[in-house]
Write a protein that binds this ligand. Structure first.
Ligand code: GRF
Length: 209
């Protein structure tokens, strides 16, 4: 593309706590040219997160910041410092298991996104796939949303739907949703970076750019 703005790679910071498959999906999308971005840093709040090695194998810088012995404020301050050092356009939570404080969210207005394994506002919080099965819904899916001060409550950017089958277990439903998560997250992050998402109250609408 001749437009130079399309070739500028904006920096992402990805926050993880565990497996890191959504992080990897973003890295793969970048590698395959589906997402025009650069992962400037992966930050893990757990030393034993499986995603650490996955990121390092891709040549991405990983910073481990555990919360041990720190207040929430102190812990978040360290994370914010790492992010601010790197000219980050967007922070992607990818299985990051801590709720961000009001101050953290305020420091990056509309620049934090999260992926959640349900069709929000249904089944926020932990074990969303189990909640969906127990409730008996016939479809579920995943949601990418901007992060606000609540738990999985921010404006919705993109959702994908999957069927729920009668013989589903938490594992089979989770796997079906996860496949959609990987595609949906990369697409949504691309939309935000391209500036096509405008927040209008609770609604995220297409901005003309
Ligand atoms: C995903 O299901 C994501 O939606 C949720 O936590 C899980 C993280 O998985 N927020 P992974 O670490 O990305 O593999």
């Amino acid at each position: 593309m001749s437009d130079s703005s399309k070739t500028i790679r904006q920096n992402l910071a990805i926050l993880i706590s565990g497996r890191g498959s959504n992080m990897l999906a973003l890295l793969d999308a970048i590698e395959q040219g589906r997402l025009n971005a650069e992962v400037a840093v992966v930050i893990s709040d757990r030393k034993d997160a499986v995603g650490i090695e996955l990121a390092e194998n891709k040549g991405v810088q990983v910073v481990i910041i555990t919360a041990t012995g720190l207040s929430k404020e102190e812990h978040e301050k360290l994370i914010v410092e790492e992010i601010e050092r790197r000219n980050v356009a967007l922070i992607c939570l990818a299985g990051y298991m801590r709720l961000l404080s009001k101050d953290f969210v305020k420091a990056f207005p509309n620049r934090i996104v999260n992926i959640h394994p349900s069709l929000l506002p249904a089944f926020p919080g932990k074990a969303a796939q189990r909640q969906a099965l127990e409730y008996g819904v016939k479809v579920s899916g995943c949601t990418v949303h901007f992060v606000d001060e609540g738990c999985d409550t921010g404006p919705i950017i993109l959702q994908s739907v999957v069927p729920v089958y009668e013989d589903d277990t938490e594992e089979t439903l989770s796997a079906r949703i996860l496949e959609q998560e990987h595609a949906t997250y990369a697409k949504a992050v691309g939309m935000v970076l391209d500036g096509v998402c405008q927040i209008n109250g609770r609604r995220v609408v297409s901005a003309s750019i």
